[in-house]
Unconditional design. Structure first.
Length: 99
């Protein structure tokens, strides 16, 4: 595993929190070498995660699959690089904003 690398939107990594590793995906690149990540297990999003707290998993690591009802697309998010927006099939308008 490597620490402190430069990562890209969509990349699957492990987030190190107090010595424990949690699978996540980069959904935005933020200023100062930080990232917005979405955790694979519960879908929670965390902002301003330092690149030094992210790990490239070993090649044998298997990430959980996303729920089958989710769709992913890229949307602009202001001063950041594009972030991934995940919306469910219940999103009738198709804009990721619910109704």
């Amino acid at each position: 595993m490597s620490f402190g690398c430069e990562y890209v939107v969509g990349q699957s990594l492990l987030r190190n929190i107090d010595g424990m590793e949690f699978p996540c995906q980069i959904i935005a690149v933020q200023p100062g070498g930080c990232y917005r990540v979405k955790f694979c297990d519960d879908g929670n999003i965390e902002d301003r995660v330092s690149g030094s707290e992210l790990l490239v998993p070993p090649p044998s690591y298997s990430f959980p699959s996303p729920p089958p009802s989710a769709s992913v697309r890229v949307a602009p998010s202001g001063d950041e690089m594009p972030m991934v927006v995940v919306s469910s099939l219940a999103d009738e308008g198709g804009d990721g904003m619910g109704e």
